[in-house]
Every structure is written in structure tokens, then in C-alpha cells.
Design a protein around this ligand. Structure first.
Ligand SMILES: Cc1ncc(COP(=O)(O)O)c(C=O)c1O
Length: 396
């Protein structure tokens, strides 16, 4: 039972504390217990508790403005909000299909994803993703969307030709693969090659920045590391830092134009763009900006990787990697070994939460995604606990 949370620390009702080294589900970018976010949510709720999502409220308009002016890559001027990552991915797929259908290309309905990837839990988000474990109960009922290999753009070209490019609506990928692989960074050139192939074949590129967005990788967005602008960018988690359920879909005028011209629109969810959640998003972005926390994520990420150098030499660890404060520790047990879960359980008993990643396709890994406000002392403690936990679960 978590009684309260502050900074990087969770206080349990039995008096114990846990360092939140996973940032919950890699969402808590600004740290816990920020009263200015709580106040903004309360004020928005007091003023307008609910109106239909397409109606304007101060918080909705202000959040869209700040995102356009200071956060989103150039050209991504159209903004829509949801209640989280899965809804946003689902919306991005509907957007891509609607774009092609209203452009007279209804045969473009496939979305190419990666063999190992996680895009969320709606039936469409599961179907375009490759998380073997999370798909397994529903495999028989999931729509058939093609998959490409993880890090080889030539394979995307092969899949495009195998499927027939004229049947493909979009490609979706995480800039740095999170839940299914543990901070797996693609080779340099991969994102720009994928961008070129999408352009060549009239396919929309969807970047799933639900985990990587809003500073997690040390830049505003993961794609910024490779100077690539997707046609659709999907966000969640870090936008509200865990303070409210909030996701977003950001796209270009060109993607929206044929849909608007057709007179069609995408239906909203009841709680899309909830004003209190938008207020949390605004207050979170203000803290990220005022405290220069994206730069902090970059610098502390390098620092954390340095501190983990000793663990990288551990016989049970095959790789330590990451970008910014999205750090993966790959374990030697092989795919589906369950080692990440075992190490995470050891870490919990020693006072830290780390996110067990891995989906049965790639080797298990631990994912560290602490708040960007993590202190030197807390980083030391996390490294000590994780090292002891790997020793305990895998043999020292
Ligand atoms: C890359 C990515 N996409 C989508 C999702 C789904 O987001 P949510 O759990 O908010 O629905 C996640 C969640 O971990 C994610 O990491």
C-alpha cells in the first residue's frame, strides 16, 4: 500500500520506502508530489468539470498552444488529446486509415510494426505491436498487420514489396524500444532510412513516443536524436508525468486535409482532452521547462550509464544501454527466461522499483526510467540495489 509519494520516493504504509527507479511505468518524469500540478488540476476541476471534447476550454487551448510553440517537431501542428498511450496509438492508426480512405486509397489498410515492440492494449494497438506475451491470449482474434525485423531498414523494404506497398497505410515504431526489450536503441541511420522508404512508397510514418516523449531520452522527443519528423507522433506518459490520464496524437495539415475535405471526422472518446488532465499536462510542461529537466535527463542518463559500468561486466548481464534516463540492463538468461521479473522482485525487497522488460522475443532486460529529478545519492542507491538484486537472482 503506497501512502504517499515525493520526489523519487514511494512511502509505504508499513513504514518502508521504495525508490521509484522505474518512474512507475516510465511515466513519472518530473517526480512525485508536485503541489503546483495538483493545484492546477483542482482549479480546472472547480471551473469546468466536463464538457464535450471538441469544445474549447482554457486548459485545452493553452496545452495545444504550448505544444505547438515549444515542444512538437516542426510541421506537427494538428493536436488531439486522449486519456493515454493505447487510445493514442489506436487513434493514430484510425487517422492513417482515414487519411488514405478519404484520399481515394481505401486499399491502404495495413500497418507495419516491429517484431518486438509494444504499442498498448486495445485490440488494434496489440495487433500492430509485437509483444508476444501480451498478445498471446488474443492472438487468434487480432487483425493481421505485417511485422518487420527490429533494426534492419532493408527488411522494411522487403516487407513493403511482399505485402504490396499500395496496401500499406503506415509504419509504426518506438524511437527507443521500451517495454518489450528494455531501452533498445536502433542503429544510426535506421530512422532516416525508414523515413525515406515511407516517403518513397506513400506510407505514413507513426512514431510511438508514449514512453520516449517529453524528455525521457534526453531530447524533447526520441526522433529528435535522428532529426526525423514523423507524419504522426503519439505521446502519453511523460506529458502529464503521471499526474493525470493524458495522451496525445500530433500530426500535419497534410494528413488531416483530405479527412477534413471529405466532411468526415474521427469520433472522440468521452474523456478525450479532459480539462483537468490538460491542466496537469500544462503544469508538467512548465516544470520541465522551468527546471531544464530535459537537459537533466540527458546529463543524468550519461551519468547513470557510467555508474552502471561495473554491472555491465557482470556475467549475468549482456549489455547496459540507453538514451537519457531510459536505461536498459539486458540479462543473460535468453528470451522468456523470466529473469527480469526475478531481479525486479529482489529489488523490491531491497527498496527499489525497476521495470521488468522483455516479451519472450528478445532477452529479458531491466528498464530504469526514474524521475529526471533523481539525485546523485539516489542513483548510487539504485545501482547498489540493482547490482545486489542481479547477484541474488542470477548468482554473483
Ligand atoms: C511505446 C508505448 N506505446 C503505448 C503504450 C500504451 O500506453 P498506455 O499504457 O498509456 O495505454 C506504452 C505503455 O507502456 C508504450 O510504452
Amino acid at each position: 500500500m503506497v501512502e504517499r509519494a515525493e520526489g523519487c520516493t514511494l512511502h509505504l504504509d508499513d513504514g518502508r520506502t521504495l525508490i521509484d527507479a522505474g518512474g512507475g511505468a516510465v511515466a513519472v518524469n518530473i517526480g512525485h508530489g508536485r503541489s503546483e500540478v495538483a493545484d492546477a488540476v483542482a482549479e480546472a476541476t472547480r471551473r469546468v468539470s466536463y464538457v464535450l471534447p471538441p469544445w474549447a476550454t482554457e486548459e485545452r487551448v493553452a496545452l495545444a498552444e504550448v505544444l505547438r510553440k515549444r515542444w512538437l517537431p516542426e510541421g506537427l501542428t494538428r493536436v488531439g488529446f486522449t486519456s493515454g498511450g493505447s487510445e493514442s496509438v489506436d487513434t493514430a492508426v484510425r487517422l492513417a486509415l482515414a487519411h488514405h480512405a478519404t484520399s481515394g486509397r481505401p486499399e491502404r489498410r495495413k500497418v507495419i510494426g516491429r517484431e518486438t515492440s509494444y504499442h498498448g492494449l486495445t485490440m488494434t494497438a496489440l495487433a500492430v505491436g509485437g509483444h508476444r506475451d501480451r498478445r498471446s491470449l488474443f492472438e487468434h482474434a487480432l487483425a493481421d498487420h505485417p511485422k518487420m525485423s527490429m533494426a534492419d531498414a532493408e527488411d522494411l523494404e522487403k516487407v513493403l514489396w511482399d505485402e504490396g506497398p499500395e496496401t500499406v497505410a503506415a509504419v509504426i515504431a518506438e524511437p527507443v524500444v521500451g517495454a518489450s526489450a528494455g531501452a533498445l536503441v536502433p542503429p544510426d541511420g535506421w530512422w532516416s532510412d525508414v523515413r525515406s522508404l515511407c516517403d518513397e512508397h506513400g506510407v505514413l510514418l507513426i512514431a510511438d513516443e508514449v514512453m520516449t516523449g517529453f524528455g525521457r531520452t534526453g531530447k524533447r522527443f526520441g526522433v529528435d536524436h535522428w532529426d526525423v519528423v514523423p507524419d504522426v507522433l503519439v505521446g502519453g506518459k511523460g506529458l502529464s508525468g503521471g499526474y493525470a490520464p493524458l495522451g496525445g496524437v500530433y500530426t500535419t495539415e497534410a494528413v488531416v486535409a483530405p479527412i477534413a475535405a471529405s466532411g468526415e471526422g474521427l469520433m472522440f472518446f468521452t474523456y478525450s482532452a479532459h480539462s483537468a488532465a490538460c491542466a496537469a499536462g500544462l503544469a508538467t510542461l512548465r516544470i520541465l521547462e522551468d527546471e531544464d529537466l530535459v537537459a537533466a535527463s540527458a546529463a543524468k542518463g550519461v551519468d547513470l550509464l557510467g555508474r552502471l559500468a561495473g554491472l555491465a561486466a557482470h556475467p549475468a548481464v549482456t549489455e547496459v544501454r540507453g538514451l537519457g534516463l531510459m536505461v536498459g540492463i539486458e540479462l543473460a538468461g535468453g528470451p522468456g527466461s523470466g529473469l527480469a521479473g526475478a531481479v525486479a522482485a529482489e529489488a523490491m525487497s531491497r527498496g527499489a522499483w525497476v521495470y521488468p522488460a522483455g516479451d519472450g522475443n528478445l532477452p529479458d532486460a531491466l528498464l530504469l526510467g526514474p524521475p529526471f529529478t533523481i539525485t546523485d545519492g539516489e542513483m548510487d542507491e539504485v545501482v547498489r540495489i540493482v547490482t545486489e538484486s542481479v547477484d541474488a537472482a542470477c548468482g554473483g
